[in-house]
Design a protein around this ligand. Structure first.
Ligand SMILES: [Zn+2]
Ligand SMILES: [Zn+2]
Length: 292
């Protein structure tokens, strides 16, 4: 099977592509095309949107963008996908923001000691840490753009939603960053940001993006687990992962075998327990429900 970048044509040298957009005026042009309600946009209408008074200069910069970033049709200009991606990355704040965020107190108590939890922001990641015993309840990327226009409670909620989706995507083999193929590995070796002995590690084969999580986290979108919570009157989708002990703690996870991998996760709710068995790719192989 041919890969996209093996085919000649259609692929621009990355250094050249970054060079093309490394200009305030060109970013203004892309931003203007992104902002307008209707495209294509005529040359004069686009010129009016950009803070530049010299139309010759404007034309020069616009020409540099056409092809890779901007499509030039008979009826005007519109953003191409690469142009929209540049603007999205800027709006997500990935290249520009270095925000200072105070730790945000979050709902729920430490599953280990009952202490207070806080979401601590550094390096474009939130870490859910216990203020009392210091236990780390996971550390996951959150672009600075997500901090804008949200109060602390909304930020914590958005972070919880994002973690759920990132991990379910990764467990399904799709990189949340680049859509490349993601490999799953269950491991007990080495250290990471989590205080657990058994964890799942996801590595993108294309962009090398990595995520790690307790095995239980991949069960957040499992329909049997959701139905089990539903039977107990709890909406699983509304619970931040750090309030679910089987998503953060070790003692709910047991390695039954390593060849092949069989990992059991206990999911207790009230007086019942759901026992879920997963294989080395985090696919569920068995559910067993029993009263305690
Ligand atoms: Zn604690
Ligand atoms: Zn990737």
């Amino acid at each position: 099977m041919a890969r996209a970048d093996d085919q000649s044509g259609g692929v621009v040298d990355p250094a050249e592509a970054f060079g093309v957009v490394a200009s305030e005026t060109r970013l203004d042009i892309l931003e203007a095309l992104w902002r307008v309600d209707e495209t294509p946009v005529s040359f004069s209408a686009l010129f009016d949107e950009v803070p530049l008074s010299d139309s010759g200069q404007f034309n020069y910069h616009l020409q540099q963008l056409t092809g890779q970033f901007v499509a030039d049709g008979s009826d005007g200009y519109r953003l191409r996908r690469a142009g929209a991606q540049v603007i999205r990355a800027l709006r997500a704040g990935t290249f520009t923001h270095r925000p200072d965020v105070d730790p945000i107190p979050v709902a729920g108590a430490c599953t280990r000691c009952g202490g207070e939890l806080a979401a601590v922001y550094a390096d474009e990641q939130f870490a859910i840490d216990c203020r009392d015993c210091g236990t780390a309840h996971g550390e996951y990327p959150f672009p600075p753009g997500g901090l804008v226009d949200r109060d602390p409670e909304e930020i914590a909620q958005a972070f919880a939603e994002r973690v759920r989706h990132l991990h379910c995507l990764a467990a399904d083999g799709v990189c949340p960053e680049c859509a490349g193929r993601m490999a799953t590995e269950i491991t007990r070796e080495g250290d990471c940001c989590l205080d657990v002995a058994v964890r799942a590690e996801f590595t993108c084969q294309r962009c090398r993006h990595r995520l790690c999580s307790p095995v239980g986290l991949s069960l957040l979108d499992d329909s049997t687990v959701a139905a089990f919570y539903d039977d107990h009157g709890v909406d699983l989708a509304a619970r931040p992962y750090w309030t679910l002990p089987w998503c953060v703690d070790d003692e709910y996870t047991t390695v039954a075998s390593t060849d092949p991998w069989r990992v059991r996760v206990r999911v207790p709710v009230a007086d019942e327990e759901l026992r879920v068995t997963l294989d080395g790719d985090l696919q569920v192989v068995d559910h067993e429900r029993r009263g305690c």
